[in-house]
Ligand binder design. Structure first.
Ligand code: CP
Length: 335
């Protein structure tokens, strides 16, 4: 399978065989180690937002494979960037992506980008302008480190599911919304639903009300995925119904996209929803399910200590898998 120089913007752009190949390679590299296939290769990592896991796992992964990564924070230690074509650049941005992408492409073998939504206007955020602009102007592959999807997290989640549940098809995957004092990115929620449905799992999305529905752009892809595999998709506000029979519980808080830019209004509907916390009582309704979360996770807000520290919790396991799947991805794209 030749994945050299392929961009990785969304798992939906890759075939199931290609995704499975990366997961198999990650499992093999995790078990048996690897040489230094990326000796002399380099990765530019652009972080518009903070990170603990993504930054350290990409940087360390490149080092372990024999390559080198350089981290830049546009607007902090690199110039603020403008992604829109044809604009008069008389605002904050000092440099256009057209130049940044061209120059980084001359220096590096790949460019990876984390650029979250601004949470002011979803109709703007959903266009994912920054990474799309890099994909347009760069001549080297682009890797998504989380924008409005988080495909590397998807790979780490699916590797964890396969390791613990075996074949994922027809296993029951519950994605549950949880309370958080802020309106967070929907990326991981979109991604969890995408990857679970892609691998044939029965997907249940538990959210408090239609206010918290995910964008139809992603839900349509999830529907296509379950249609292709013959699995089931359920969207519900019934906590007991959603947990009953689940094999895997994945917790995430996300913002109500229709309230982006109107936080005071969203806060009012969010405050009474703290009971969506993942606790042992809910977990007892499941099929002895594994629990996971992408991290960072506010303990005793999103999940209780009892759940997070239980033997069925995979929060650290999934985080470790980030480095294994990304090394497999980098080895195939750059090797
Ligand atoms: N899960 C994840 O992407 O973690 P960071 O935000 O710390 O990179």
């Amino acid at each position: 399978m030749n994945l050299k120089n392929r961009s990785f913007l969304s798992t939906q752009d890759w075939s199931l065989d290609e995704l499975s190949h990366i997961l198999d390679l990650a499992e093999k590299m995790k078990r048996s180690g690897h040489g230094r296939p990326l000796s002399g290769k380099s990765l530019a990592m652009l972080f518009f937002n903070p990170s603990l896991r993504t930054r350290s796992s990409f940087e360390l992964g490149m080092y372990q494979l024999g390559g080198h990564a350089v981290c830049l924070a546009p607007g902090k230690d690199a110039w603020p960037l403008e992604p829109r074509p044809g604009v008069v650049m008389d605002g904050e941005a000092e440099e256009h992506v057209q130049e940044a992408a061209a120059v980084l492409s001359r220096f590096f073998d790949a460019i990876s980008i984390r650029c979250f939504p601004k949470f002011q206007d979803w109709s703007e955020d959903r266009q994912d302008r920054m990474i799309r602009a890099f994909a347009r102007w760069a001549t080297k592959p682009i890797i998504n480190m989380e924008t409005i999807v988080h495909p590397c997290q998807e790979l780490a989640l699916m590797l964890s599911i396969k390791e613990k549940l075996g074949l994922p098809a027809r296993k029951n995957f519950l994605l549950t919304w949880t309370y958080h004092p802020k309106g967070l990115n929907t990326a991981v929620a979109n991604s969890a639903a995408l990857i679970a449905s892609r691998f044939g799992m029965n997907v249940t999305i538990l959210r408090p009300s239609a206010d918290f529905d995910l964008d139809p752009m992603f839900m349509d892809q999830v529907k296509d995925n379950v249609k292709a595999s013959g699995a089931r998709l359920t969207v519900t506000d019934s906590i007991d119904g959603a947990y009953t029979g689940a094999d895997f519980v994945y917790a995430k808080s996300w913002g109500a996209i229709k309230y982006f830019g109107r936080w005071e209004e969203e806060k009012k509907i969010r405050e009474p929803l703290k009971h969506f916390i993942v606790d042992q009582k809910k977990m007892e309704l499941t099929n002895d399910a594994y629990f996971s979360h992408c991290l960072p996770m506010r303990r005793n807000v999103k999940a209780t200590d009892e759940v997070a520290d239980s033997p069925r919790s995979l929060i650290h396991h999934e985080a470790e898998n980030r480095i294994h799947v990304q090394k497999a991805l980098l080895a195939e794209i750059l090797g």
